[in-house]
Design a protein around this ligand. Structure first.
Ligand SMILES: Nc1nc2c(ncn2[C@@H]2O[C@H](COP(=O)(O)OP(=O)(O)OP(=O)(O)O)[C@@H](O)[C@H]2O)c(=O)[nH]1
Ligand SMILES: [Mg+2]
Length: 270
């Protein structure tokens, strides 16, 4: 079998969600797992062969967000956009759904091919938490597969779905709305980013626009490097939004954006 045929998957999710546990289960590796978050700081790579299909698996550090504020977040997000895995498997702690889905929102925004692995189903069941996986799948627009990484329960089915998604080559569309002011700014920024093909190789225009409004230093710098004149136009528009939100809500754009992600999550969990 050629390595080129392997499905390239990245395990991503919150700290302590069970990424390394699944990685170890699949690759036979003995990477350290811990009861405290932030155990994995570097990415680890392994290989898994399943019914004639090879999987190249990357275990990413856990993050709560995909901003540019911490090394872990930058490692995870740069890996996803630079290495472009065939499928991102978002390991979600089923016993802590609201917090975990906040990060899932950001994978949806990034538009990466996504499968949600609902891990720690055993813990959730013990606590009497029942999750409607079909509803969750319908509302997020991506497959949701329940697993217990510690025992391997559901992992076969998860890999089958991962394989199908890698063949389909489909990218999820984000269904998240951020309120009238931000949505309006996005509607203005996106066509400009598209017209000048800013960061077009790596990021969807809607994501780049959102990051400019969030004042994400890394993305703003990349945009300026590509086109200073257009970049300045986008920054100026973003500043108008920031002032408006400050005047009307006394809030920063990134706070309003985060609030709307949580709103989306809550609407899903209702
Ligand atoms: N009961 C149960 N425990 C699990 C399951 N999966 C993982 N764990 C436990 O959860 C804890 C955290 O697991 P890790 O695999 O280290 O989590 P991680 O996502 O790699 O964490 P970071 O590297 O910090 O991002 C460990 O104590 C695991 O044994 C599961 O399905 N059920
Ligand atoms: Mg880990």
């Amino acid at each position: 079998m050629l390595m080129a045929d392997a499905v390239h998957i990245a395990l991503a999710g919150n700290p302590n969600a069970g990424k390394t546990t699944l990685f170890n289960y699949l690759t036979g590796a003995r990477q350290h797992v811990g009861n405290y978050p932030g155990v994995t700081v570097e990415k680890k790579e392994g290989f898994y062969l399943h019914e004639g299909q090879g999987f190249r698996i990357v275990d990413l550090p856990g993050t709560y967000s995909l901003t540019a504020y911490s090394v872990e977040e930058l490692v995870a997000r740069d890996y996803l956009v630079n290495e472009q895995p065939d499928v991102v498997v978002n390991i979600v702690d089923a016993s802590n759904l609201e917090r975990n889905l906040y990060l899932s929102c950001q994978f949806l925004e990034l538009g990466v091919p996504l499968v949600i692995a609902l891990n720690m189903i055993d813990v959730a069941e013990k606590r009497g938490i029942r999750i409607d996986t079909e509803k969750l799948s319908r509302l997020t627009g991506v497959p949701v597969m329940p697993i217990v990484a510690r025992t391997g329960k559901g992992v076969e089915e998860l890999l089958g779905t991962v394989q199908a998604v890698s063949r389909a080559d489909a990218r999820p569309q984000t269904l998240i709305r951020y309120g009238v002011d931000i949505d309006e700014a996005l509607r203005e920024l996106v066509p400009i980013i598209e017209e000048y093909k800013l960061l077009a190789e790596t990021y969807p225009a809607s994501w780049t626009a959102l990051k400019i409004l969030e004042n994400d230093e890394q993305i703003v710098a990349k945009v300026m490097l590509e086109n200073m004149v257009v970049g300045q136009r986008l920054i100026d528009r973003s500043a108008v939004l920031a002032r408006h939100l400050q005047d009307t809500l006394e809030a920063y754009p990134e706070t309003v954006i985060a609030d709307h992600r949580y709103g989306f999550v809550r609407s899903i969990l209702r």
